[in-house]
Design a protein around this ligand. Structure first.
Ligand code: TRP
Length: 354
């Protein structure tokens, strides 16, 4: 083997209801990647306790992400869907990575700075170590490709830095163990145990913005529920939210350039495009010159076409938690088998007796 086998890994935190933004930005991509790659999709419940330790109903939150994955078309029998805490090697490898990563690297993480706020001393140590756990998630499976949102780019870079430092620091022993592959970093030949993971950030998916303010990201934590479409919203709610979505008084432009400076119009056209797998230009070719009173019902229709069946399937799945739990357990066992192999390699390379 001269190259790491391609494998896709991604994670979603079980905090708050998933939005249309999560669906178009992440889950739709996860679904598409199944055709070309082996995929592992993880519900990262260990990450969920970094910002808030106590959760109202973490178990059901975890199940609802699993339900959203499956209802959207992720096949947990061909690929792997599981929750992070059920595979103890995530925490185990994260500890090793805490000893690989440097404090200076962690201090530079913008998400940590944002989430910790002014009172950094009061943030959990776990919040600071969050990216190291994320690197462990990915590298435990020696995943080569990670579909993530733009906001996770820096964390991915950190995972690459961790993999690289581990490979360099242990290069000789990795070579002796026979568990590595030849790699070259700059002009340095190294035996690599971990791949240098590629982010998959681009794609047709737009950044989905708030329905109340086209300059803000659609977020599950926005205090106004009218700002977002949740994957669990029924038809009636979708109709209402799109009807109330903020717009401007002008009709839609015929060209994409005409969306500039019109954040709300741009967002709605982008959502329409993503839902129908078209470009914004295609959408404007059909709707340029039309008023929002005409465009919004059309958007509502495509949103309902996509989301209603997913929504119905999610409800069905959530009515049978034992079934979801069985799927996750099966996924954890299959993930655990890979994780154990990697962790044994790590232990041998470091020199832990086992
Ligand atoms: N930090 C990611 C987010 O909030 C979630 C995550 C955890 C993740 N581990 C991961 C994403 C591994 C990709 C790969 O979006």
């Amino acid at each position: 083997m001269s190259k790491f086998e391609e494998l896709v890994f991604s994670g979603v935190q079980p905090t708050g209801a998933l939005t249309l933004g999560n669906y178009l930005g992440a889950i739709q991509k996860f679904v598409a990647l199944q055709d070309s790659h082996n995929c592992i999709y993880c519900i990262v419940d260990l990450h969920a306790i970094t910002a808030n330790l106590v959760h109202e109903d973490l178990r059901n939150q975890t199940r609802s992400i699993a339900a959203a994955f499956i209802a959207s078309g992720i096949d947990p029998t061909k690929h792997i869907v599981f929750n992070q805490s059920a595979v103890p090697q995530h925490a185990e490898l994260a500890w090793v990575f805490n000893c690989v990563a440097r404090i200076g690297w962690m201090n530079r993480m913008t998400q940590f700075k944002d989430k910790a706020g002014k009172n950094r001393d009061n943030a959990s140590l776990g919040l600071m170590a969050y990216p190291s756990l994320m690197a462990a998630d990915i590298l435990l499976y020696r995943a080569t490709h990670v579909p993530v949102g733009d906001d996770q780019k820096q964390h991915l870079e950190l995972a690459r830095d961790i993999a690289q430092k581990f490979n360099i620091d242990f290069s000789e022993r990795i070579g002796e163990s026979g568990l590595g592959l030849d790699a070259v970093y700059g002009d340095k030949a190294v035996n690599a145990f971990f791949p240098i993971t590629e982010p998959l950030i681009d794609g047709p998916a737009p950044r989905v913005m708030s329905l109340r303010d086209g300059t803000k990201k659609m977020s599950k934590s926005d205090p106004s529920d009218l700002s977002r479409i949740n994957m669990t919203d029924d038809e009636e709610l979708i109709v209402k939210k799109i009807r109330k979505a903020k717009t401007d008084p002008e009709p839609l432009p015929s060209e994409v350039a005409g969306l500039e400076g019109r954040a709300e119009a741009d967002n709605l056209v982008g959502i329409f495009a993503a839902l129908t797998n078209k470009s914004k230009a295609d959408v404007l070719a059909d709707y340029g010159g039309k008023a929002f009173s005409e465009f919004k019902p059309a958007l509502t229709e495509v949103a309902i076409d996509t989301l209603a069946p997913i929504n119905a399937e999610m409800r069905k799945l959530m009515d049978d938690p034992d079934h979801i739990d069985a799927i996750l357990k099966d996924g954890s066992e299959r993930a655990g088998a890979i994780a154990e192999k990697t962790m044994n390699g790590v232990k041998d390379i470091i020199g832990f007796l086992r």
